[in-house]
Design a protein around this ligand. Structure first.
Ligand SMILES: Cc1cc2nc3c(=O)[nH]c(=O)nc-3n(C[C@H](O)[C@H](O)[C@H](O)COP(=O)(O)O)c2cc1C
Ligand code: SF4
Ligand code: FES
Length: 625
């Protein structure tokens, strides 16, 4: 079969070079994935080519970085080389928000208009950009390549919004995050040429962190600001790689025992016991095993994992290595969202340095086990943070969640047993090994052990990342961040992000633990604490939440796909005060949508899509400002 796909315009030399930068030069012979067709045309295919399907997203990134979009010619050439049907590859390219499948200016500015940035004035920034660069999506002149701007969901810089991300295509491509961003700083970044920043030194101000006033001990943030994130030597001088040494001393079962004793629950949102997951993978006789770190962090209002990765990247590399050791895996992946260029650059640098010094590779620390890590970049999809969607994304597919069971520990990446954990969870593993499982369990409360990272944003005096022991109250968390801006009383707090819920002032003294929040129908989720005072237009925030879920639903399940649209309609009616329905009727409809989505959706997105809006309606936040 001739695999020529017949794009009207074949791939240019530039596009072929970009593709080869990931796939290497075409090899001859079927095993190399290339053959000579009868008419002399070079075609590709075979098992070897198909086995590299997982490189589809990295190769699409390479094309887009070089020419600014995924052209049909380039996509055809990718399909030939990887033996992917063109319709499927197009389905992947068009799924992710950071990929463009139509010609685009060389520079694209993504401007966050999500929750925290809205509170901080994102709409004003959008108006200023319209005046400076023209309407959203139009092209303005810039160094011959052009520039356009577009709105974006949360960029993970909520403590310093309004935030922006600039993608710059060309021979010297770059991405850079700006926060706070204004038209001048954006223009300066565009004209000066961009750089993700050298990984050798911290090039941005540190976020404020304040420990729990009771213990005054930072655990997960202990090295932030104390080590040079670009230096393995600096990390080692601060005790780096001592935990891996300890893990090797304990052996895989010993590590599992410590984590079990610590009663560690995952920090990615679902609060699942880490030890159960790792044990299930370890005990699975199928080989190989994989471990994955979920660094997709796209929940609006969340930026904790970014800070950890930007400021302490070696710690994550060490923690993933411990995870691989405990789970008998030889390969690990860190899947990081595409909106985190600085964190990605530092992680890649850390992985290379760890490999060069024997902390990754065939004989890790001379202890006789093999382990390596690959950093994979996401491409703009909130749903890719759901663990099975993330697995699909690493495999080069659309980030659509899978049905569970089978769970990743049974059949995960490439159909093999896979453990997957959040960045913060893995930082907890380091702390558990440092102080021991029982000591970790003694911190916090009986069922919520250890410390937790809180992402403070909105109307607080000192937005930023804070570490506190579980059990601290919401009031104490807000006070530790300087209190509500201007000393005003808080009107409501969004806990857990868009997938979380609003709580009112009556919840200020509830201890922040998994169990206490569950009891009041709330969740800590990814640690978001978005504080709102009486100057904030909550209805506007709710509209943004509804739009977010409508945009981010992957569309596989009807209740989620349709329910998220219905939710927007309910909100529109409520905010127009439509006379033919009462608030109770609208609430009942939201409950209906929510319960159908909970029962009939594959994943947590559909199951939580109406929670925040319904909680706001219950608190009477609609229409007031
Ligand atoms: C829509 C959706 C988005 C998610 N996004 C993330 C994310 O960005 N980061 C994360 O760690 N977990 C995310 N999760 C949770 C993961 O599915 C998974 O539970 C987590 O990575 C497991 O790690 P943990 O046990 O360490 O929490 C998301 C879940 C859903 C349903
Ligand atoms: S619940 Fe929504 S996001 Fe999740 S799989 Fe179904 S359609 Fe996709
Ligand atoms: S960066 Fe804007 S809300 Fe998070």
């Amino acid at each position: 079969m001739d695999l020529r796909l017949g794009a009207a315009v074949p791939a240019t030399d530039e596009e072929r070079a970009a593709i080869a930068s990931v796939l290497g030069p075409p090899q001859t012979g079927w095993d190399g994935g290339q053959r000579q067709a009868a008419d002399g045309h070079v075609a590709f295919g075979g098992h070897a080519a198909r086995a590299r399907r997982h490189l589809l997203i990295p190769v699409l990134h390479a094309v887009q970085e070089r020419i600014g979009w995924i052209s049909p010619g380039a996509l055809d050439h990718v399909c030939e080389r990887l033996t992917v049907p063109p319709a499927e590859a197009y389905g992947v390219a068009s799924f992710y928000a950071l990929f463009r499948t139509a010609p685009s200016p060389g520079a694209v500015v993504h401007v966050c208009d999500d929750l925290a940035c809205r509170v901080g004035g994102a709409e004003q920034l959008c108006e200023q950009l319209t005046r400076r660069f023209g309407a959203e999506g139009t092209r303005a002149a810039l160094n011959g390549t052009g520039v356009t701007w577009q709105r974006s969901p949360c960029l993970g810089q909520c403590d310093r919004g309004s935030a922006a991300l600039i993608q710059h295509a060309g021979a010297d491509p770059a991405r850079v995050g700006l926060a706070p961003a204004d038209p001048d700083s954006i223009w300066q970044a565009l004209s000066a040429g961009l750089s993700a920043g050298p990984p050798a030194s911290p090039d941005r101000p540190l976020v404020p962190q304040i420990t729990n006033p009771v213990s005054r001990t930072l655990r997960l943030l202990r090295r932030v600001g104390q080590v040079d994130p670009g230096s393995l030597g600096s990390y080692r001088a601060a005790g780096g790689y001592e935990m891996l040494r300890r893990a090797i001393g304990l052996g895989p079962q010993g590590v599992l025992r410590e984590i079990k004793d610590a009663k560690l629950l995952g920090r990615g949102g679902a609060a699942f016991p880490t030890a159960i997951k790792w044990e299930a993978v370890t005990a699975n006789p199928v080989r190989p095993h994989y471990v994955v770190c979920n660094a997709d962090e796209s929940e609006p209002g969340t930026f904790k994992d970014r800070v950890l990765m930007e400021q302490d990247p070696y710690a994550l590399v060490e923690a993933v290595t411990i995870m691989g050791y405990a789970c008998a895996a030889e390969q690990g992946y860190i899947y990081i969202r595409g909106e985190y260029p600085l964190a990605e650059a530092r992680l890649r640098h850390a992985v290379e340095a760890a490999r060069a010094h024997g902390f990754l590779g065939d004989d890790v620390m001379g202890a006789g086990f093999r382990f390596d890590i690959e950093v994979r970049r996401g491409a703009g999809a909130y749903i890719a943070g759901e663990e099975t969607a993330l697995i699909n994304s690493i495999e080069g597919k659309r980030a659509e969640p899978r049905n569970k069971p089978p769970f990743p520990a049974q059949s995960g990446l490439f159909g093999k047993p896979t453990a997957i954990n959040n960045v913060e969870t893995l930082f907890c593993v380091l702390e558990i090994l440092r102080i021991g499982g029982p000591a970790f369990a003694a911190i916090g409360t009986e069922n919520s052990t250890g410390t937790r990272l809180f992402c403070l944003s909105g109307c607080v005096e000192r937005p930023g990342l804070y570490e506190h022991e579980f059990g601290i109250t919401l009031r104490q968390v807000i006070d530790a961040a300087g209190g509500v801006t201007g000393g005003r009383p808080p009107r409501a707090v969004l806990l857990g992000g868009a997938a979380g819920s609003f709580v009112g002032p009556d919840a200020l003294d509830v201890p922040l633990t998994f169990e206490a929040l569950r009891a009041i129908g709330a969740t800590l989720g990814s640690g978001v604490v978005l504080v709102l005072d009486d100057t904030v237009d909550v209805t506007d925030l709710l509209r943004r939440i509804a739009q977010f879920f409508r945009d981010e639903s992957c569309g596989q399940c009807v209740p989620c796909r349709v329910g998220t649209v219905r939710q927007e309609e309910v909100l529109a009616r409520l905010t127009r005060h439509a006379p033919f329905r009462t608030i109770d009727q609208e609430l009942a409809l939201l409950d209906d949508i929510g319960s159908v989505a909970r029962d009939a959706s594959i994943c947590g997105l559909g199951q939580t899509a109406v929670t925040a809006v319904a909680s706001a309606v219950r608190l009477g936040l609609i229409g007031e400002s």
